[in-house]
Design a protein around this ligand. Structure first.
Ligand code: BTN
Length: 251
């Protein structure tokens, strides 16, 4: 069972955490309910965990972290940078334990396998961004993955052989995020530089799938808006913006 008191002790902050046994999606819960900034909703399992591009996020019970944090102060241009920033904070939190890398825009991988995914969801009122929710699924202690993802997914335990306290991992992520969030909001964080610390493919060949077409590029980091910079086969630098872009390792 998820131990909230440990989490609160680590964090030492008054902001709330909601721990649910089972929910369709912590993101859906955080978007639908009125919660103060930095509220965190976590669940032992999700029955309809959402991934990017309409995919499902596998949410086995009691082993991993599925959580959503309500963020304040963001506007639309900051959403993609926030994705990048969150990926960096997560990578930085986990780097003492595993050789974590980020894959644009915000997958976390270890040894080429996905360990965590990030999905930001928003609600708008009258064309104005009303709420932004940062949703993270992190494979902590799963070693038995479903057949369809067993070759492409990993967990902290699978990589290290150790069992991790989910409360401690969540608390240290939250502490890292909160302590650097104001710097992010006021623009004093250089996300392009942060990206380069953990990028899996900087200066390496990648393939990008867009509208059913696969193109080979060499990754050249990101720009200040969080867009991917990549050189195509003709040597021309392109900026890849977010959208329904698939992106995978060039094999
Ligand atoms: C991805 O496709 O890589 C993003 C996965 C994000 C999954 C997390 S789990 C907690 C939160 N609630 C959801 O329904 N999705 C996110």
């Amino acid at each position: 069972m998820f131990d909230v008191s440990l989490y609160e002790k680590h964090r030492g902050k008054k902001d709330g955490i909601t721990v649910l046994d089972s929910i369709d999606s912590t993101n859906a819960y955080a978007v639908m309910n009125s919660l103060p900034p930095f509220s965190c909703v976590t669940a032992e399992t999700q029955t309809a965990g959402r991934g990017r591009s309409g995919r499902k996020w596998h949410s086995s019970k009691g082993e991993n972290l599925y959580f959503s944090i309500v963020l304040h102060g963001l506007d639309v241009p900051k959403l993609l940078p926030m994705n990048i920033f969150a990926g960096y904070i997560l990578a930085d939190t986990l780097s003492p334990y595993a050789d974590v890398k980020v894959k644009w825009p915000n997958d976390l991988t270890v040894n080429g396998r996905k360990m965590a995914g990030i999905l930001m969801e928003t609600s708008f009122s009258g064309g104005v961004l009303e709420k932004a929710v940062l949703g993270i699924g992190l494979n902590v202690n799963t070693t038995d993955f479903p057949e369809e993802i067993k070759d492409i997914a990993t967990s902290l335990k699978r990589e290290t052989g150790q069992t991790f306290s989910r409360e401690e991992v969540l608390a240290s992520f939250m502490n890292n995020l909160e302590s650097r969030y104001d710097d992010f909001l006021n623009g004093s964080v250089d996300i392009a530089k942060l990206w380069s610390f953990y990028s899996a493919f900087l200066d390496k060949k990648i393939s990008i799938h867009k509208d059913g077409v696969k193109t080979i590029y060499t990754e050249k980091g990101i720009d200040g808006f969080g867009c991917l910079r990549a050189v195509n086969a003709e040597g021309r630098l392109e900026t890849i913006v977010t959208g329904d872009i698939g992106y995978d390792i060039c094999r």
